[in-house]
Design a protein around this ligand. Sequence first.
Ligand SMILES: Cc1cc2nc3c(=O)[nH]c(=O)nc-3n(C[C@H](O)[C@H](O)[C@H](O)COP(=O)(O)OP(=O)(O)OC[C@H]3O[C@@H](n4cnc5c(N)ncnc54)[C@H](O)[C@@H]3O)c2cc1C
Length: 160
Amino acid sequence: MTFFEELNQIIPKKQISKNQTLLEQHSRDESYHQPCLPEAVVFPASTAEVSEIMKLAARHQMPVVPFGYGSSLEGNIIPYSGGISLDFSLMNNIITLRENDFLVTVQPGVTRSQLNKELKKYGMFFSVDPGADATLGGDGGNQCQWDLSSQIWYHARSGP
Ligand SMILES: Cc1cc2nc3c(=O)[nH]c(=O)nc-3n(C[C@H](O)[C@H](O)[C@H](O)COP(=O)(O)OP(=O)(O)OC[C@H]3O[C@@H](n4cnc5c(N)ncnc54)[C@H](O)[C@@H]3O)c2cc1C
């Protein structure tokens, strides 16, 4: 069986797209680098699905590029070796929020504004703004402001 035939067996078909507009959206970031289309865009909905997709991709030597919001500045998400773009937008749950510990556990597709909407209920905010409404998975993947983010996080509580 081909990679895509097997993929159809491990995740629902609606989570796999070869729609031209979607392929183009996942072929470039905010940089000047030449776009390059992935073969498909795949939307995992859980950690278990990510794990199965990655095992399958490894077996078929299918390149995989994770995709958050596509706002990185260095061509990071452009799939120059082909393969699939793994879009984390369905994995956008805030799993735990322990306000007294200043600790939040999120899925990688959670965006900064989404997190801030939740934190506002506790008088807190996450101040790092990478210019776009980027995902926390993308921020971490870029390691762009992760250390800074952690430090700011500890100082983010405000008000009474
Ligand atoms: C002051 C400042 C400095 C910045 N410096 C940089 C910089 O040096 N370089 C740069 O590229 N951008 C930089 N940015 C832009 C910023 O980093 C991006 O806009 C943002 O971090 C990317 O988030 P995203 O959700 O759009 O991720 P994407 O652009 O979609 O992805 C970013 C990277 O993370 C990977 N990724 C995405 N999701 C996951 C995941 N779930 N698991 C593992 N990897 C994942 C992607 O493959 C890609 O390599 C900067 C912004 C500001 C304001």
